[in-house]
Design a protein around this ligand. Structure first.
Ligand code: C5P
Length: 212
C-alpha cells in the first residue's frame, strides 16, 4: 500500500535568521514511517526539520513551513491508500516575514501571528481523500474528549492521542503512552519505546485499510 506520513515540527520564519517552532523531535512519525516500510509498504515521509536519519526504503520530502507541508500533502495525497499525520504543525506563523534581520530597538516587540492552514482538516473536504486517515492529538488536558472531537471534525478513522504534559513521554522523547481512539472504541497502549509502539499502530492501520 502507499502511505503518506507527516512528521516533525514546522518552522515559521520571522526574518532571515529567526523562526518560530515547537519541541517536536519527529521520532513518532519517523518510527511510523520505518514500521510501514518494514511491513512492505511504499512510504512518502513529508517532514519538517529534525535531527533524525531517514528510515531505509522511505521516500523523503523535506519541508520547512506549514504552508510548504500543506502544498506537499496536497500534491501527493491523491495517490495514497492511507495518510498518517504525525507532524506538529505550527498553528500560527508571523503575518509578515521581514526581509532584513529585525533590529533590537524598543524595550518590547509585538509579533502579529496569523493562522496556518489546517492540513489534516483539508484532507477529506478540499483534497477529496477517500483513503484511511489517521491523525495525532497531543494534548495537555481532556485527552479523550479532545481526541474524539478531532476524530469527528477531521473525518479520521483513527486519532492517536498522547498526553504531552506527562514527564518522560511524548514530545522530544523516545517513549510514549498512547490512546488509540476509533469511532466505536478506544484502546490504550501502555508506555513503551516509540519504535515498539509504531509496528502495533501499523497493524491497526492495516486492519482499517483492509476494512475499507
Ligand atoms: O494541532 P492539533 O492537535 O490540532 O493536531 C491534530 C492533528 O492535525 C495532527 O495529526 C497534526 O499533524 C494535524 N495538523 C495538521 N495541520 C495543522 C495542525 C495540525 O495537519 N495546521
Amino acid at each position: 500500500m502507499r502511505i503518506l506520513v507527516t512528521a516533525g515540527p514546522t518552522r515559521e520564519a520571522l526574518d532571515p535568521v529567526r523562526y518560530l517552532t515547537n519541541r517536536s523531535s519527529g521520532k513518532m512519525g519517523y518510527a511510523m514511517a520505518d514500521a510501514f516500510a518494514r511491513a512492505g509498504h511504499q512510504v512518502l515521509l513529508v517532514s519538517g526539520p529534525t535531527s533524525l536519519e531517514v528510515p531505509d526504503g522511505v521516500d523523503f520530502l523535506p519541508i520547512e513551513s506549514a504552508d510548504e507541508m500543506f502544498g506537499a500533502v496536497q500534491r501527493h495525497i491523491g495517490r495514497m491508500d492511507a495518510a498518517v499525520f504525525a507532524a506538529a504543525v505550527a498553528d500560527y506563523r508571523p503575518s509578515v516575514v521581514a526581509d532584513q534581520k529585525i533590529k533590537k530597538t524598543g524595550e518590547t516587540l509585538t509579533l502579529e501571528l496569523v493562522r496556518t492552514p489546517d492540513i489534516l482538516g483539508s484532507v477529506r473536504g478540499d483534497f477529496g481523500f477517500t483513503g484511511t486517515l489517521v491523525g495525532f492529538a497531543a494534548e495537555t488536558e481532556n485527552l479523550l474528549e479532545n481526541a474524539r472531537a478531532k476524530l469527528a471534525r477531521k473525518g479520521c478513522d483513527l486519532v492517536i492521542a498522547n498526553d504531552v504534559s506527562k514527564p518522560g513521554i511524548g514530545f522530544d522523547s523516545d517513549r510514549n503512552e498512547l490512546l488509540l481512539v476509533f469511532p466505536q472504541h478506544v484502546e490504550a497502549l501502555p508506555e513503551d519505546e516509540k519504535h515498539h509502539l509504531a509496528p502495533r499502530i501499523v497493524r491497526e492501520i492495516e486492519r482499517l485499510m483492509a476494512e475499507r
